[in-house]
Write a protein that binds this ligand. Structure first.
Ligand code: KG4
Ligand code: ZN
Length: 350
């Protein structure tokens, strides 16, 4: 729903709300770049014992933490609800029960405060985390989105106008980190555990595959890599051999990074984009960040990534994306609902 802004307020305050998976998060953003508060209640400890997120438990936890988290974010921002310009909330993709808590809560706040409601796509939020520090990023830009559920290469032509150039055909990059971490006993979520173990490992110890798919493809596939690591571990176990965990972690991590870097370079050479934005939970990985930075410097392309804490799920990124919807007068109806399978846009070829 588009409508002209009723009044021009000098300062714009957006309350962002994120509950799509296992973090209950709220943040208040001033004028698109000034983060006044950020509060996150993480459920990682609760889900860790199950080795992954249990949806039913996640939605119950969101219901418990939602009001205190939002109230704390508002208190730290020193604002009352009617002072907000809008409430922005993730409405998909994600776990339906988790999303519903955020959407229902955001609607109640926006309605009571008489301010507009804004629906934000979770993946768009990840990408817009970059605009918190760099609101001057020039279009067109390429975005490499690597999260627990998605791996996408996107070309952004303008705010809200983007095309998918490539996507994973099976596992997402983060999903592969989580599965291999479980096999190696490195905990949940898997990324941080693998990254830490990899620091003392040799990334050439195991020759794991780099799936580039058919010539020129910008799609990804990580299931072959995942099977190769699992087969290596199982074969060693059957022979009674023990393998070096840091070497396995480093070799696996490097195989993922090689593919992400090569595909990003390929996509940049095929578009007019002069900037690469990195986003999503896997973007917190320092090895990925530094190797992409090196590859972009060699190409003469600008490389932008959010600070690590803003790579994994948070509400600041939802508030930033919400701010740009606000400027465009792009508000949601009161009938906004959670859409667990919300898609980005249709693939296109360049
Ligand atoms: O974006 P995100 O927080 O949630 C989704 O929207 O999916 O991403 C979570 C994913 C998990 O798979 C986690 O293992 C991965 O991001 N991750 C990392 C790191 N930190 C989190 N992967 C690699 N290295 C990290 N340091
Ligand atoms: Zn996410």
């Amino acid at each position: 729903m588009k409508r002209a802004l009723a009044e021009e307020k000098k300062d714009r305050y957006i309350l962002g709300i994120e509950t799509s998976c296992d973090e209950t998060a709220a943040a208040v953003l001033k004028n698109g770049t000034e983060l006044l508060s950020q509060v996150i209640a993480s459920q990682i400890d609760t889900h860790q014992r199950y080795g992954g997120v249990v949806p039913e438990i996640a939605s119950r936890e969101h219901a418990v933490h939602f009001a205190p988290v939002v109230e704390e974010a508002m208190r730290r921002a020193r604002l009352s609800f009617p002072q907000l310009s809008a409430v922005a909330v993730t409405y998909g993709p994600g776990l339906v029960g988790s999303l519903l808590v955020g959407v229902a809560g955001a609607k109640a706040i926006a309605y009571a405060a008489k301010v507009p409601l804004i629906g934000v796509h979770h993946l768009e939020g990840h990408i817009y985390a970059n605009f918190l520090r760099r609101s001057d990023v020039a279009f067109p830009f390429l975005a490499l989105l690597v999260s627990g559920g998605h791996t996408h290469l996107l070309l952004f032509e303008a705010h809200g106008r983007y095309h998918i150039l490539g996507r994973t055909r099976d596992d997402a990059a983060g999903e592969a980190f989580d599965k291999i971490s479980r096999t190696l006993g490195l905990g949940y979520p898997g990324g941080p555990g693998i990254e830490k173990a990899a620091l003392t490992g040799k990334d050439t110890a195991f020759a794991f595959p780099r799936a580039m798919l058919e010539a020129g493809s910008l799609d990804f596939s990580f299931s072959g890599l995942k099977s190769a690591v699992l087969n290596t571990c199982n074969t060693a176990a059957m022979k009674g051999e023990s393998l070096n965990t840091p070497d396995l972690a480093a070799s696996f991590q490097q195989a993922v990074i090689d593919v992400l870097v090569r595909k990003s370079v390929l996509a940049l050479k095929r578009t007019q984009a002069q900037t690469l934005l990195l986003a999503g939970g896997v973007a917190a990985n320092q090895a990925l960040r530094s190797q992409l930075a090196r590859a972009m410097a060699a190409l003469g392309v600008e490389f932008v990534c959010p600070e690590p804490a803003l790579c994994t799920d948070n509400a600041a990124m939802i508030a930033v994306a919400g701010y740009y919807h606000y400027l465009a007068g792009d508000f949601a109806p009161w009938t906004l609902n959670a859409v667990p399978g919300l898609v980005l846009s249709q693939p296109c070829s360049v």
